[in-house]
Structures are given as structure tokens and as C-alpha cells.
Ligand binder design. Structure first.
Ligand code: FAD
Ligand code: DHB
Length: 390
């Protein structure tokens, strides 16, 4: 088998990269080790930045997003007794959209299977080889158990945090990682409950952070800060709703409840791996970096990476120019570190840890964001997504 770009991983990064390359006439093949059903059911992020919406729309897969997604004009920041609204259009002229990552993935897979390039599910033993040459290859076993070799001009490692691509890049001289683990995790639920808030609520509370988000006019998505060693079996639905009611409490307002359809505990970490390239192997998305979810950046950063990468690969493969692939890692990492800082800052401001001195610092920072237009604008610009360096 031969193609121009062999893409490892059919998450949002790999699928969108395939789409962008195909639109530019670059052949590619996507290899995914899970089944289509598994990939489409994985519940993850829910907030799309303006540039993500624009990229998906320009790539011709924004129809359902524009019909079913919900444009949001701000967020509520809350601490006991205060719920303050940040108005994004007024602060920075941009908005965000609520549209689940699962829906983005379904839209991309549907478009790809309707006449797009090959997308092979349930492959195994995936190994990128000879990435320091101009003719790398990917060895893998297909769903029928046959050993296969995919000869390529370029390999894209979009195989997430636990994939096989990052270790290959890190084995070369000069590889480096930076990591921060946090002393808390998120317990997330999906519930068949009409959201009782217009905008998302990010709430600081002495008992821990809570976030009120949503997926549709009838489905709510809510999160609670919990201990990272906690187990989901210890959290009955009643205990979860009680904690949400306490941490999100505001006079005259209630959290609306309903049947919980999914619940899980998510670890939180910051992680950056550099460089994002070794020879003809390029990393994008969670394969190269992880952010804690508080700033809603993970998915958006993966989309920003592949937008840069697609342009660089088209220039390499069609115009035989190496300038954009040579600058890809540095340009991508500049955005990665900005988002890493923003996600760390939002996380540190909103989650309870440390002593009462730390709590007073957090409250002081929250009051500053809620009372100073420049401070609020800084949050709004980062949250809605800084412009892409194309
Ligand atoms: P992924 O979505 O991880 O896709 C990688 C793909 O590669 C997967 O389909 C995987 O099966 C496949 N793969 C892995 N190894 C191989 C292999 N060896 N061979 C072939 N295929 C392989 N972000 C937010 O902004 N907000 C959130 O609320 C949020 N919640 C999250 C909850 C969880 C549990 C996780 C894990 C992440 C969450 N994120 C969230 C982060 C966000 O979902 C990711 O940043 C985003 O999925 C990154 O996309 P990606 O395509 O780079 O990686
Ligand atoms: C969601 C996740 C986030 O990390 C966030 O900051 C906002 C919303 C969500 O899953 O809806």
C-alpha cells in the first residue's frame, strides 16, 4: 500500500488533517486501532473556539454544527454570593460554540466514509519506521489480522497521549517533556436535564470547583472537583447532585436535575513534548500535549495544530518547499505554551487546594477578573481562542 501521508489515529486531529489534505489534493490513509463505534461514543470536550468553528465550516463539515450547535456569548464566573457574566463579543468580538467532540468526530467520519480516503478501523501493532528518511513507512496489522506496510512520504502522529508516535520522536536527540500533575480530578456526568443556565458556570467553592455545561437544550454536562484517588463507585447520583447544588448555589436559582446517563472521573495534567517533529514524522494534538480541561482548550489546540500542519504538508508535497514543515514545531509550540499557561491559570484560580491563604489569593484573582475590563478581556481572548498563525 502506498500513500502520501499516513495518519495514525482517527481522533479529531487525524480526521480533520485527512479532510484538509484531501481538499488540497493530497492522498492520505488513516489508521485507527479502535472500532468506529468506540471512537464515536467516547465522551470528551464540548466547547469549540471561533477558529475551530471556522475551520470546520471551511472544510465543508459545519452543516450539523450550525444547525444543532449552540453559539454562546460568554460564561458566568461564580464564587459564593456572586455570579458574574463575561460578555465575550463586548470584550473581544468573538464567541464560542457548544457542540460535543463526539458530534465533530461523527461528522468527520461520515464525510470520510462517503467517498473520502481510506479510514481503517481496528488495526493493531502500528509501528512508524524510517522516519529520518524521505520514504518512511507504517507497519500494522489490519482488522482481518493481515500484516500490512503503508509506504508514505510523511507520517502524521495524531494518536493521542497513549499513542506510539511520541516515543519515536522522543527517542531522537534533543527530545524534551515538561509535565505537571494536579492534586485533583474531575468527576463528569451527562444528564437528561434541561440546563437551567443560559451560559456555562465556572464556580469556585470552598468544597471544590464545579462546572455547569451542556450538550443540547435537553442534555446537561456537569463536573465536580474530586480527589484524584477517588472512585466513581463512591459517588451515587444523589451525592453528585447534592454536591453540585451546594457548589453552584445562588439565591433564587437551582440546578435542574434528571437521569444521569454517563459518569466518570478524569485525571488532570499538563504535558508538553518537544519537538513536534522528527524527520518525516509530525505530531499533532494530544500526541504532543495535554492540558487540564478547565480552559476547554484540548480539542481546540488539536484542531489548531492540524490546521498549521496541513498547510505545511501541502507546501512540502506539492511545491517541494520545506520552509513551513521546518517551522511547524516552533509555531505550533508557541500556541501550545500559550494554551498551557491559560489552562494552568484557569485551573489554579478555580480549584481548591492548599490553605486559606491560597483561597484568599484565588478569590482576589476572581474579583479582579470580575471587576477589571482588561483582566476580563485577557480571559475572554484566550477562552475564545487567539487568532491562528496560519
Ligand atoms: P484523541 O482524541 O485522543 O485521538 C487519538 C486517536 O488515536 C484515538 O482515536 C485513538 O484510539 C487512536 N490511537 C491511539 N493509539 C493508536 C495506535 N497505536 N494506532 C492507531 N490509532 C491509535 N478537552 C476539553 O477541551 N474539554 C474536555 O472536557 C475534555 N474532556 C476530556 C476527557 C477525556 C477522558 C480525555 C481523554 C480528554 C478530554 N479532553 C477534553 C481533551 C480532548 O478530548 C483532546 O484534547 C482531544 O481528543 C485531542 O484530539 P486528538 O485527535 O489529538 O487525540
Ligand atoms: C466542557 C468541558 C470543559 O473542559 C470546559 O472548560 C467547558 C465545558 C464540556 O465538556 O462541556
Amino acid at each position: 500500500m502506498r500513500t502520501q501521508v499516513g495518519i495514525i489515529g482517527a481522533g479529531p486531529a487525524g480526521l480533520l488533517l485527512s479532510r484538509l489534505l484531501t481538499l488540497q489534493g493530497v492522498d492520505n490513509v488513516v489508521l485507527e486501532n479502535r472500532s468506529r463505534e468506540y471512537v464515536e461514543a467516547r465522551i470528551r470536550a464540548g466547547i469549540l473556539e471561533q477558529h475551530t468553528v471556522d475551520t470546520l465550516t471551511d472544510a465543508g463539515i459545519g452543516d450539523r454544527l450550525h444547525r444543532q450547535g449552540m453559539e454562546h456569548h460568554g460564561i458566568h464566573l461564580q464564587y459564593p454570593g456572586t455570579r458574574h457574566t463575561l460578555d465575550f463579543p463586548a470584550l473581544c468580538g468573538r464567541t464560542v460554540w457548544v457542540y460535543g467532540q463526539t458530534e465533530v468526530t461523527k461528522d468527520l467520519i461520515k464525510a470520510q466514509l462517503a467517498g473520502g480516503p481510506p479510514l481503517l478501523f481496528e488495526v493493531s501493532d502500528v509501528v512508524p519506521e524510517d522516519v529520518d528518511t524521505d520514504s518512511p513507512r507504517i507497519r500494522f496489522t489490519d482488522a482481518e489480522g493481515r500484516r500490512q506496510v503503508l509506504e508514505c512520504d510523511v507520517v502524521a502522529g495524531t494518536d493521542g497521549f497513549h499513542g506510539v508516535s511520541r516515543p519515536v520522536v522522543q527517542q531522537a536527540a534533543g527530545g524534551r517533556v515538561w509535565e505537571r500533575t494536579y492534586p485533583y480530578a474531575w468527576l463528569g456526568i451527562l444528564a437528561d436535564a434541561t440546563p437551567s443556565t443560559d451560559e456555562l458556570i465556572y464556580a469556585w467553592h470552598p468544597e471544590g470547583f464545579a462546572l455547569y455545561s451542556m450538550r443540547s437544550p435537553t442534555v446537561s454536562r456537569l463536573y465536580l472537583q474530586v480527589d484524584p484517588s477517588d472512585r466513581i463507585e463512591h459517588w451515587s447520583d444523589d451525592r453528585i447532585w447534592d454536591n453540585l447544588a451546594t457548589r453552584l448555589a445562588l439565591d433564587g436559582w437551582d440546578v435542574s436535575t434528571g437521569p444521569v446517563t454517563e459518569k466518570s472521573i478524569l485525571p488532570m495534567r499538563s504535558f508538553v513534548s518537544a519537538p513536534m517533529r522528527r524527520g518525516r514524522l509530525f505530531l499533532a494534538g494530544d500526541a504532543a500535549h495535554i492540558v487540564p480541561p478547565t480552559g476547554a482548550k484540548g480539542l481546540n489546540l488539536a484542531i489548531a495544530d492540524v490546521t498549521l500542519l496541513a498547510t505545511a504538508l501541502v507546501r512540502l508535497l506539492q511545491e517541494k518547499q520545506t520552509d513551513l514543515v521546518d517551522s511547524y514545531s516552533d509555531r505550533a509550540l508557541a500556541r501550545v505554551w500559550r494554551c498551557t499557561h491559560f489552562s494552568w491559570w484557569m485551573t489554579s484560580m478555580l480549584h481548591r487546594a492548599g490553605d486559606d491563604f491560597d483561597a484568599q489569593l484565588q478569590l482576589s484573582q476572581l474579583r479582579r477578573v470580575c471587576s477589571s475590563e482588561p483582566a476580563a478581556r485577557e480571559l475572554a481572548e484566550n477562552y475564545t481562542g487567539l487568532p491562528l498563525d496560519r
